[in-house]
Design a protein. Structure first.
Length: 391
């Protein structure tokens, strides 16, 4: 059980705003905020390099905390400045060649799909879309028929940014292992709200962010690369941190996943993200997942009872992201009206989800994303605000 009063006390902003935007950027708990500010104060007093040396233990703990969070090893974890760059560091480092095929799904994140399109054009790769089943999630049973000897990568998003769908990541992992295909999982929206185990999922690579459901600082992200994959994923660029210059004609990559890092980084953010992971682990990811799902289920139910509102979430399993529209009110206008009342949500547009919202004929949807620190009372207030909103 989570002590809701305690976690809300750790989140002072809860007194001022109703924050249903953790899928955008969550509210940092006080220990995370304090850790970031503490490091910045040290930087300001003694200098950046000197402050980093003092933070050595916390920076090393980053790897062990993430390893514990994901059921990985510390040497399989890299700090990267955001989730998209983490995904890019892996994808652009894969040994793909002309004629190779990539399997993905209509729920894929826009930035990822743009990278697939770019590399398909550059390297003459082929992109194959896995169909959805009746619920809207990845149709795992359809995957074997799409796999050929040229299928080199399965790249999917665990939880899409534009809906509450949870794709069957572990079932996809079984297919990937059976056919020997590299498996890249975007977990940007799932790590921090779901209990993630990379061994159970079976992914070779996993990328994510700090600012969303982990409740860390902005400008922070991470990359997991399975130990057996590290030598197969050549960093698309290196520097004096990710590699050692041996002589005029040779260099040596850093051991483990640190070869995907850069020398310069947001040190205060790295410390803050480590504290955020520790905070989540202390609460327990199973408890976080259970409460977040319960709150989202309640929000979907209550919104479904409001005249003119349609909930658009797909999938057999759903998470803390709730998407909806209201007849006669644009999602953008709705978000503006809500923020004027101290209620935060986001809008997902078809331009960022062409293979999903575009194909469903939805120009945009309102996105309310709850987290464990939210309450039933907030859901009641939010639904009442939606009920009375008109254009």
């Amino acid at each position: 059980m989570i002590d809701i009063e305690a976690v809300r006390a750790d989140t002072p902003a809860c007194e001022k705003v109703l924050h249903f935007n953790s899928a955008g950027a969550s509210l940092m708990p006080k220990p995370v905020y304090d850790a970031v500010c503490h490091h910045l104060r040290i930087e300001n007093s003694v200098g950046g390099y000197e402050a980093e040396r003092r933070a050595k233990d916390d920076l090393e703990a980053f790897y062990s905390e993430f390893a514990g969070l994901l059921n990985a090893s510390p040497d399989e974890i890299a700090y990267v400045e955001n989730a998209t760059r983490a995904w890019d560091m892996a994808f652009y480092g894969l040994p793909l060649s002309e004629g190779d095929r990539i399997l993905t799904h209509g729920s894929e994140y826009a930035s990822n799909y743009l990278a697939l399109l770019q590399q398909a054009r550059r390297r003459k790769l082929h992109i194959d879309l896995i169909p959805s089943d009746a619920s809207g999630q990845i149709d795992v049973n359809a995957m074997p028929a799409l796999i050929t000897d040229r299928t080199k990568l399965i790249a999917i998003t665990h939880v899409p940014t534009q809906g509450g769908l949870i794709n069957p990541a572990a079932e996809v992992g079984k297919i990937a292992r059976k056919y020997g295909v590299t498996y890249l999982l975007d977990a940007c929206q799932s790590v921090g709200q779901l209990d993630i185990d990379v061994e159970k999922i079976g992914c070779d690579i996993l990328s994510g962010t700090g600012r969303k459901f982990l409740r860390g600082p902005r400008g922070t992200g991470f990359l997991y690369v399975r130990r057996g994959m590290i030598e197969k994923v050549d960093p698309p660029f290196v520097d004096l941190h990710s590699a050692t210059w041996l002589d005029e004609k040779s260099y040596q990559l850093a051991p483990g996943a640190k070869r995907y890092e850069n020398w310069e980084s947001y040190v205060a953010g790295r410390v803050g993200l480590m504290v955020a992971v520790r905070y989540a682990r202390n609460l327990g990811l199973p408890a976080i997942e259970q409460r977040t799902r319960q709150l989202a289920d309640s929000l979907r139910h209550e919104l479904g009872n409001v005249r003119g509102v349609t909930v658009h979430d797909l999938g057999k399993e759903k998470c803390g992201i709730v998407t909806f529209t209201k007849e006669g009110v644009s999602p953008g206008n709705m978000a503006e009206r809500l923020v004027s009342q101290g209620m935060n949500i986001s809008v997902s547009a078809a331009t960022s989800a062409q293979l999903d919202l575009g194909r469903r004929g939805l120009d945009a949807v309102a996105r309310a994303s709850v987290h464990y620190f939210n309450t039933d009372t907030e859901i009641e207030r939010f639904v009442e605000a939606i009920r009375v909103i008109v254009e």
